[in-house]
Ligand binder design. Structure first.
Ligand code: DX5
Ligand code: ZN
Length: 213
C-alpha cells in the first residue's frame, strides 16, 4: 500500500480553508483529514457537516472524517451525505461499536476506528471484517500541535497481528519529519501543525513521505 500523507485542516487558517485545501492538494496531499469536535468528547468545537459538504465540491481527494464526538451514530448520515469517504469513530465514544461500524458500511462509506493513547486495541479483531482503517492517536484528542506520545508505537506491531494485511493503519498526532522515521508499519499519517506551520507545504509533505517510508 503506498504511503498516504493526510493534512489535517484543524491547523489550517480557518479564514481561508478552501485555499488551504487547494494548496495542500497542489503540494501532494493524498487525503484531507477533517477533525470534527463537538465540545463534549473533547473541549473544542470545530467543523460540522456543512463545512465538509462545502469543500467537497473543491476536490476529488479522499475525505477522512475523524469524529471526536459523543454518540457518533447521530452524525453518521449527515457526514456521509456531506461527502465523507472514510468515517472514523472513537472506540471510547461508542457503546455498540460493531453496530456503528455496520451503519457506516451500510451508508456506502469506508469505516475506521480510532484509539486514544491509553486504550487497548485487542477488540479490533472482533470487527475486522467490517473495518477499513484503524487510526492510532499519538496525542490525546482535542488540539493540534501537541507532543508525540511514544508509547503509541507499541500498538502498531500488535495491531499488525490482529488485522488483515490490507487494513490501513493510520497514525494521528504530533508527527514530524523526524519522529516519523520511527513509525514502522503505518500506511497513512495525519499531519496538522507540521505541514500548516511550515513555510512550504510541498517540502513538508515530501519530507514526511520520504522519512515515513
Ligand atoms: C487531534 C487531531 C489530530 C491533530 C493533528 O485531536 O485528531 O488530527 O489535529 O495535528 P498535529 O499533527 O498538529 O498533531
Ligand atoms: Zn484527527
Amino acid at each position: 500500500m503506498p504511503l498516504k500523507i493526510c493534512p489535517s485542516l484543524l491547523s489550517a487558517n480557518p479564514a481561508k480553508l478552501g485555499q488551504e485545501l487547494a494548496d495542500v492538494e497542489e503540494a501532494g496531499a493524498d487525503a484531507i483529514h477533517w477533525d470534527v469536535m463537538d465540545g463534549n468528547f473533547v473541549e473544542a468545537i470545530t467543523f460540522g457537516s456543512q463545512m465538509v459538504a462545502a469543500h467537497r465540491k473543491l476536490t476529488a481527494l479522499r475525505f477522512d472524517v475523524h469524529l471526536m464526538v459523543e454518540d457518533p451514530d447521530r452524525h453518521l448520515e449527515s457526514f456521509a451525505t456531506a461527502g465523507a469517504d472514510v468515517i472514523i469513530v472513537h472506540v471510547e465514544a461508542c457503546n455498540h461499536l460493531h453496530r456503528t461500524l455496520s451503519r457506516i458500511k451500510n451508508l456506502g462509506k469506508k469505516s475506521g476506528i480510532a484509539f486514544n493513547p491509553a486504550t487497548c486495541v485487542d477488540g479490533v479483531k472482533y470487527c475486522a471484517d467490517i473495518l477499513d482503517m484503524v487510526l492510532i492517536m499519538s496525542v490525546n484528542p482535542g488540539s493540534s500541535g501537541q507532543t508525540f506520545i511514544e508509547s503509541s508505537l507499541k500498538k502498531i506491531s500488535k495491531l499488525r497481528q490482529l488485522v488483515p494485511e490490507s487494513m490501513e493503519i493510520c497514525l494521528d498526532g504530533g508527527i514530524t519529519a523526524e519522529n516519523i522515521k520511527k513509525c514502522v508499519g503505518v500506511n497513512s499519517f495525519v499531519s496538522g501543525a507540521y505541514i500548516f506551520k511550515s513555510n512550504n507545504y510541498s517540502s513538508a509533505i515530501e519530507a514526511l513521505r520520504i522519512n515515513g517510508r
